[in-house]
Design a protein around this ligand. Structure first.
Ligand SMILES: Nc1ncnc2c1ncn2[C@@H]1O[C@H](COP(=O)(O)OP(=O)(O)OP(=O)(O)O)[C@@H](O)[C@H]1O
Ligand SMILES: CCCCCCCCCCCCC/C=C/[C@@H](O)[C@H](CO)NC(C)=O
Ligand SMILES: [Ca+2]
Length: 586
């Protein structure tokens, strides 16, 4: 369809074809500069009249106007290119019939995309996450855009921790195309555990068997950031911005994500997508739990306290190396939107499936993973470590814009294992500081990094996780009391599994004994603990000896990875006007 329409006082040639909607000013001198072209896949909605959606819906009735809403990149010249906003253009037609014809054509073009976009979402809002603005963020920024796009949402404002996870595990989900959380990494983790658990239940697979090839999940996960730590959102979108994330959900972007399962003996402990970290990152988290009242600042405070304690821990790390021909953690690449390494991994991980079902748009599909790869040989490294970190993705965040492992990939079926050996305090500070700039944090004599498929960690003889009944009790108890603090009475899958094992031995709840341990001692004891704790995506694990396995592309997010330039340091603080929305200004 093609017509001459007015935008403001100027005349434009407006064209809609199957792929683009574009308008070019009818002023020959400037013609090259004045064409605006929006892919139909990035149109959000069309409304009759002169309509505004954000910051508030305003409708001015007009028989000859229609308003088109689309994805617009950036909100200012210096904003990170991952930041999206809502583009809005009012068109004026020669008659009401002409206007109606345009609206019908645009709606038809949008309807043709509906198979690629979610129609119905299940949204969980944590009213207490971050600055406690989850409900407000959803109502004022996300909901109006979903409505404009014709997406219906069933909203649950959570009343307790783990409610979202349990809902996904147990309730009817027919008709939903995706689940969305409004909150931080903790809320994302609830959705992750719900979606993976539900998929395995339906496939009849046991998550407790560490050798099982898990079934990839069809239900997409969306993250509208509203937490105090939103690392997963930042690392998969490039910015922490609720409007940007909502737009990725609306247009049905689809980003596969590697997930690491963490087992202790024959029990699934947790899943992680970001950090499984022992030593420094575990200690920071354990310390920060004591200062929750400080809000997000507790991580800075605890980081300083932990750094000053200058601890290191003994252990043996074993790992299964990934294929070094495919990629390396030191190859100076970045996993960006449309990443070649990740696309080729799709073919390697799912060789029998139709490649088109793994493209960048949402599309429900069934696929099965290749389990023919032989395990290979484990490599073993023993020593004293400041920290042992495993990350399935770069784990970039506003504080560390390139992340823990800048060349890690979101969906290549591998993780990066970073070993920081015992060193002097200044050396470790240098390592930490390099996370905040572009210097290579792996180019230090006490640091090594390996691209891996699995990792095992064990303590030195005499320090092992106790397998006696009383200690196992203690660990279950530790986890239960944490859950109770969160206001939940639900037992996690691994608590349940452990509790079943305990019941088999005839030990009831009434037999629990309180026992002090080093487990969460943090800095309260005068004697430095010889054992640290694991930080698993911001949660403390109740076990030290663990087996981690990377499951390639196990889940899918409504995201597309970082677009070129996003998440990099392209806004120099203070020298350009950026309305304070850039990541380095938040
Ligand atoms: N209604 C609720 N009451 C108490 N806890 C909740 C509720 N809803 C969710 N939670 C829990 O709150 C935890 C933190 O939530 P979220 O990740 O949204 O915010 P956050 O501020 O980034 O988290 P954190 O304070 O852990 O950094 C999650 O682990 C989640 O399980
Ligand atoms: C001298 C300057 C020191 C600055 C040190 C900066 C180090 C930043 C490293 C960032 C790592 C981010 C790892 C991600 C962790 C998340 O998975 C987790 C869950 O949200 N967050 C926390 C706090 O554990
Ligand atoms: Ca990966």
């Amino acid at each position: 369809m093609e017509s001459v329409l007015r935008v403001g006082k100027k005349r434009y040639r407006v064209i809609l074809n199957g792929i683009h909607f574009s308008w070019t000013e009818l002023d020959k001198k400037n013609r090259d500069k004045k064409t605006v072209s929006v892919p139909v896949s990035e149109l959000i909605g069309v409304e009759k009249g002169r309509v505004e959606i954000l910051p508030q819906k305003k409708v001015e009735e007009s028989e000859q106007h229609f308003t088109v809403f689309s994805v617009m990149r950036g909100s200012c010249r210096s904003s990170p290119s991952g930041l999206w906003s809502v583009g809005r253009t009012e068109f004026y037609c020669s008659s009401r019939d002409h206007r109606d014809h345009w609206v019908t054509q645009l709606k038809t073009a949008l309807a043709a995309k509906s198979g690629m976009r979610p129609q119905r979402l299940l949204v969980f809002i944590n009213p207490y996450g971050g600055k406690k603005k989850g409900v407000q963020i959803y109502r004022t920024l996300a909901s109006p855009l979903l409505e404009l796009a014709g997406i219906s949402a069933h909203v649950v404002v959570t009343e307790r921790a783990n409610q979202a996870r349990d809902h996904i595990l147990k309730k009817e989900l027919t008709g939903f195309d995706g689940v969305v959380c409004v909150g931080g990494d903790g809320m994302f983790s609830e959705l992750l555990h719900g979606v993976i658990g539900r998929t395995q239940q339906e496939a009849g697979l046991s998550e407790h068997d560490p050798t099982v090839t898990l079934q990839p999940c069809n239900l997409h996960i969306g993250i509208i950031p509203a937490g105090s730590t939103d690392c997963v959102c930042f690392a998969t979108v490039g910015v922490n911005d609720p409007v940007t994330s909502t737009l990725h959900i609306i247009i049905g972007d689809s980003q596969p994500l590697d997930v690491c399962s963490v087992h202790h003996q024959s029990t699934l402990v947790r899943y992680s997508v970001s950090l499984v970290g022992y030593g420094f990152y575990g200690d920071v988290l354990a310390e920060s739990e004591k200062h929750r009242w400080m809000g997000p600042l507790r991580y800075d405070y605890s980081g300083c306290v932990t750094y000053l304690s200058n601890r290191s821990y003994s252990g043996t790390v074993q790992f299964l190396p990934a294929d070094p021909q495919v990629s390396s953690p030191r190859d100076n690449t970045r996993c960006l939107s449309g990443c070649r390494v990740c696309s080729e991994s799709t073919e390697r991980l799912f060789p029998q499936s139709d490649a088109s079902s793994h493209t960048s748009s949402y599309s429900p599909s069934q696929y099965s993973q290749d389990s023919s790869q032989s395990e290979g040989d484990w490599v073993s490294i023993e020593g004293r470590f400041k920290c042992v970190s495993l990350t399935c993705m770069s784990s970039s965040c506003p504080r560390s814009p390139l992340g823990l492992s800048p060349a890690a990939h979101l969906a290549d079926g591998t993780g990066d294992l970073i070993l920081v050996r015992e060193t002097h305090a200044l050396g470790f500070l240098k390592y930490l500081h390099r996370h905040t700039n572009t210097e290579d944090q792996f180019d230090l004599p006490f640091v090594e990094v390996h691209r891996v498929r699995a990792v095992k960690f064990s303590l030195p003889p005499g320090e092992e996780d106790s397998e006696d009944e009383e200690d196992e009790e203690k660990q279950i108890e530790g986890w239960e009391s944490k859950t109770e603090t969160d206001g939940s009475t639900h037992k996690s899958m691994s608590q349940q599994h452990l509790a079943e094992k305990r019941d088999e031995r005839g030990m009831g709840d009434d037999k629990k004994k309180k026992k002090k341990s080093d487990f969460l001692c943090g800095l309260c004891c005068s004697r430095a603990p010889s054992v640290s704790v694991w930080n698993c995506d911001g949660e403390i694990l109740p076990f030290t000896e663990i087996l981690c396995r990377v499951h390639g592309q196990l889940v899918r997010l409504f995201a597309r990875g970082i677009e070129d330039g996003a998440g990099s340091r392209n806004c120099r603080v203070g020298n350009r006007k950026c309305k304070g929305r850039c990541v380095l200004h938040t």
